[in-house]
Design a protein around this ligand. Structure first.
Ligand SMILES: C[S@@+](CC[C@H](N)C(=O)[O-])C[C@H]1O[C@@H](n2cnc3c(N)ncnc32)[C@H](O)[C@@H]1O
Length: 312
């Protein structure tokens, strides 16, 4: 029988030969995943013996990694905002980029409402539920609805909600964007598909071969989902509420324009644009205190809701 240290070194060498630029990290993660051990055990007990069936599994999974499958897909889990989320072929693998949405929403809500406000959150295209569940876990008083067109994704989101103890405060609804949604929400979030259709084939193997196409395809110009969501959004936002959307890095002005065209506004006290750690524009936030009747929506009084909110 071989030891953990030997197997880890061999796995790393195989991955390096296959040009995985994160070979050392991947080898550690694969070995830990198959042996169900943590980092301390991996490092602390390199002479521990590995059963031959586990060796075979590690080898099989290493081959899958060499073929381009992301580690998160192989393990079926992804860490997002400090919590572990189950993922399956039906769900997008939640990205660190999307943590920028969480940060934007937490900051904006913190600037508007007292901490114990029982906020209502709608997450459109919830996938694994990463966004909605994270927000509900951060806000013990909040409730939410997550929608997706894909029932299998909603089943995963439900399981994740249970795992994170928020299932009693959320519902998952199969819906074509807003079609089956009922009620009003203080916060509407979405990380919709926004890749231009012509760009899909050029995506990295780990994305195009493993993330569901439904989660990626934003139509000819990447903006289809934003237009469809914006169309009906006025009927679902509460007074003083806001919409926060993840965007492709070159889509900020266009997406803001789509939501401004239906009467949402940039709120002077909230940044309308948020960048990720690499400085790329990733998130747009627009507010609902002022909704123009000319857009066929409810006009709201600037002196109500946020009270002193200013829009441009
Ligand atoms: C980019 S993924 C985001 C998933 C998740 N919110 C996240 O950030 O990890 C987009 C999601 O939108 C869903 N979706 C695509 N078209 C949809 C539609 N017409 N109605 C509702 N959801 C849709 C996909 O199934 C997918 O789960």
């Amino acid at each position: 029988m071989r030891t953990v240290g030997e197997i880890q070194a061999e796995t790393r060498a195989r991955l390096e030969a296959a040009c995985a630029d994160t070979a050392a990290l991947d080898a550690r993660l694969l070995v830990m995943h198959v042996l169900s051990i943590g980092h301390e055990v991996l490092i602390g007990y390199p002479d521990r013996l590995v059963a031959s069936c586990d060796q075979r599994t590690i080898l099989e999974l290493t081959e899958r990694r060499c073929a381009g499958e992301p580690i998160s897909r192989i393990a079926g889990v992804r860490e997002f905002y400090g919590r572990r989320f189950q993922i399956t072929p039906a769900t997008l693998d939640p990205r660190p980029d999307t943590e920028t949405v969480v940060e934007a929403v937490l900051e904006a809500a913190g600037a508007i409402w007292p901490a114990d406000t029982p906020l209502r959150v709608l997450d459109l295209g919830t996938g694994s539920g990463a966004l909605l569940i994270t927000l509900l876990a951060e806000w013990p008083q909040a409730q939410g609805v997550g929608t997706d067109f894909c029932q299998d994704a909603l089943d995963v989101a439900q399981a994740n909600a249970q795992a994170h103890g928020v299932a009693s405060r959320c519902r998952f609804v199969r819906s074509d964007w807003l079609e089956e949604v009922e009620g009003r929400f203080d916060i509407i979030v979405s990380n919709p598909p926004y890749i231009r259709r012509a760009d899909l084939d050029g995506l990295a193997v780990g994305v195009k071969d493993y993330d569901p196409r439904l989660a990626l395809d934003g139509g000819p110009d990447g903006l289809d989902a934003y237009r469809l969501i914006a169309e009906g959004i006025g009927g679902f936002l509460s007074l003083g509420g806001f919409v926060t959307m993840e965007i492709g890095e070159d889509q900020a002005e266009q997406v803001a324009g789509i939501f401004q065209a239906v009467g949402l506004g940039m709120h002077d006290d909230l940044p309308w644009l948020r960048r990720d750690l690499a400085g790329r524009p990733r998130v747009v936030t627009l507010s609902a205190n002022f909704i123009d009747k000319s857009a066929g929506l409810i006009k709201r009084d600037l002196e109500t809701g946020l009270g002193k909110a200013r829009f441009r």
